[in-house]
Design a protein around this ligand. Structure first.
Ligand SMILES: CC(C)(COP(=O)(O)OP(=O)(O)OC[C@H]1O[C@@H](n2cnc3c(N)ncnc32)[C@H](O)[C@@H]1OP(=O)(O)O)[C@@H](O)C(=O)NCCC(=O)NCCS
Length: 166
């Protein structure tokens, strides 16, 4: 598995294997603006999963108020057929190293209150509940190319990064 920030020339392969509507292009634009890093995990030419590192902090209002200095990981997604194989863990670890490299130390993530599997993953990696919640709305595209609108209650988890790789 190879994880790297998405390059403009990756977009065609990314969209060919993994339909997203305009989501991948929007993530790439955010990266080009400097506000985020758009990470993609690959197995050769096949994308396995992706995630965004938001340098300007949490998107949610309550989260941004409580943790204005945090870097947020969001839009973490592994393609269904590749879930459970360590891709999500590797993307989070890679994102954390980017955060350390920039001299930042606090990482935040919003996890839907009805997504205990994702919370378990983050808890195992050292993230802790904060009691802060936000309601977020977003569009997502399924593997068939249909767009769905989601309204989600997210609880904020945070992790203080140590210098030793954890
Ligand atoms: C949550 C997600 C990113 C995890 O990525 P992954 O590559 O499957 O995770 P890993 O293989 O590194 O780690 C496995 C852990 O992820 C969690 N997990 C959550 N949903 C899972 C799923 N559908 N399949 C497997 N593991 C899942 C579990 O804690 C699991 O550990 P366990 O086996 O002890 O229960 C991925 O399952 C996914 O894309 N889910 C749908 C979108 C989503 O929920 N995103 C998270 C937003 S915060």
């Amino acid at each position: 598995m190879d994880i790297r920030p998405c390059a403009p020339e990756d977009l065609t392969a990314l969209d060919r294997h993994w339909r997203s509507g305009t989501v991948h292009a929007a993530h790439l634009r955010a990266q080009e603006s400097g506000s985020a890093t758009f990470l993609v995990a690959w197995d050769g030419a096949e994308p396995l999963g992706s995630g965004m590192v938001q340098w300007s902090g949490p998107a949610g209002e309550a989260a941004a108020t409580a943790y204005p200095g945090a870097v947020e990981i969001n839009h973490l997604q592994v393609r269904p057929e590749h879930q459970g194989a360590g891709v999500g863990t590797a993307l989070i670890r890679y994102a954390e190293q980017l955060v350390r490299d920039r001299g930042r130390h606090l990482v935040a993530v919003g996890v839907a209150v009805d997504n205990p599997g994702a919370e378990r993953l983050y808890t195992r990696l050292g993230y802790r509940r904060t009691g802060v919640e936000d309601v977020t709305e977003y569009d997502w595209v399924d593997e068939q190319g249909s767009t769905h609108h989601a309204v989600e209650r997210d609880m904020l988890l945070v992790k203080e990064l140590g210098a030793d790789g954890d």
